[in-house]
Design a protein around this ligand. Sequence first.
Ligand code: ADP
Ligand code: ASP
Ligand code: MG
Length: 408
Amino acid sequence: MTLVVQKFGGTSVADPERLRRVAARVQRHVAAGERVAVVVSAMAGHTNQLVAWVDELGGSTADRAEYDVVVASGEQVTSGLLAVALQAIGVKARSFMGWQVPVATDTAHGKARIASIEREAILAALDRGEVAVVPGFQGVTAEGRITTLGRGGSDTSAVALAAALGAARCDIFTDVDGVYTTDPRIVPRARKLERITFEEMLEMASLGAKVLQTRSVALAMQYGVPVQVLSSFEDKPGTFVVADDLMMEDQLVSGITYSRDEAKVTLIGVRDQPGVAAAIFGPLAQANVNVDMIVQSVSPDGARTDLTFTVTEADLARAHDVLAPIAAELGCERVDADKDVVKVSVVGVGMRSHAGVAHQMFRVLADKGINIRAISTSEIKISVLIPEEYTELAIRALHTAYGLDAED
Ligand code: ADP
Ligand code: ASP
Ligand code: MG
């Protein structure tokens, strides 16, 4: 009997009626002879509410372990409710909390990483003919404390469970019917992809396409878990995330992503001499500030230069605290910060074998009068930092230019 893991996101379990529809879908798979383990998210909006309550009472210094106790609860509710909904239509089912599976994680509360998943309890339930319902997002430390995997983490729970169980596939049911060339909420002409490679999906997720959490894609790639992203509201195939060699033809650009969670920091007039970059980025790394794009301007006189880099908005204050005391030592006149920027990226494995993708990107943006503040590239992606107000314009123009628009 085929074993499948089915994950249902927040909008798919948003209320009792939708949970009933999920139960009916699971029932169809059980009736077709599949063994099903289900992973659920919290009801849409519920996790945000829980986070807001912790913030209200504890602010940024709230105990992260207690934060996890609170925010993990949304998934407890939906897993119990789905088990009830399944039983109500005659499907044998039971829920397992993260600590009951157990899903063992490290102790990085709020962004824990899965260390291992025990398969025995779940397999025993499946052997008894039950559907196992597991809350996404949650795990447990070796000391028995509840952890969560970071926002969007139920995708990672699902893929990790599929890997642990040796599932034939992991279906990620969501509110769109697949992975699109870009966020369909921004570009109505976005096109659904039949397939996308693990690598491209990994880049797209890490560059802002939140349809899959980045770590879920990395895990799927590592363990070779076949993943499908599909709609929980319709009955049709979604997008398959596949290994490179399963792609029939290479598209030059497969997708365009954006991330508004970017802040730009510019150090004006730092001394242009060896050791300055190390003196800046060393302390930032020590303070756990992740730096993404870096641009150093040419110094006109060889004495002073401007250094620009980007961090996430959440890290901006910390970056500022780290730089303030050392700025003077570096001869820096001023530290500027700008949150009104967005990173737009084009992704595609086809870039490896084709030149000119970057040039085309810069041309399109120039034609729209959009100024590029920073650039970064990898083998299969090009990212630019631009003013946030141009997000939609840039994405739509690029989408058309790379031939990604859906036919009418
Ligand atoms: P869930 O609650 O099911 O986990 P998410 O909201 O996390 O759902 O992810 C689905 C959303 O991802 C879609 O509603 C869509 O707006 C967004 N999204 C962003 N980029 C893409 C893309 N390239 N393809 C499909 N969806 C995308
Ligand atoms: N409920 C969690 C969140 O909103 C996890 C998830 O839905 O994937 O981030
Ligand atoms: Mg999600």
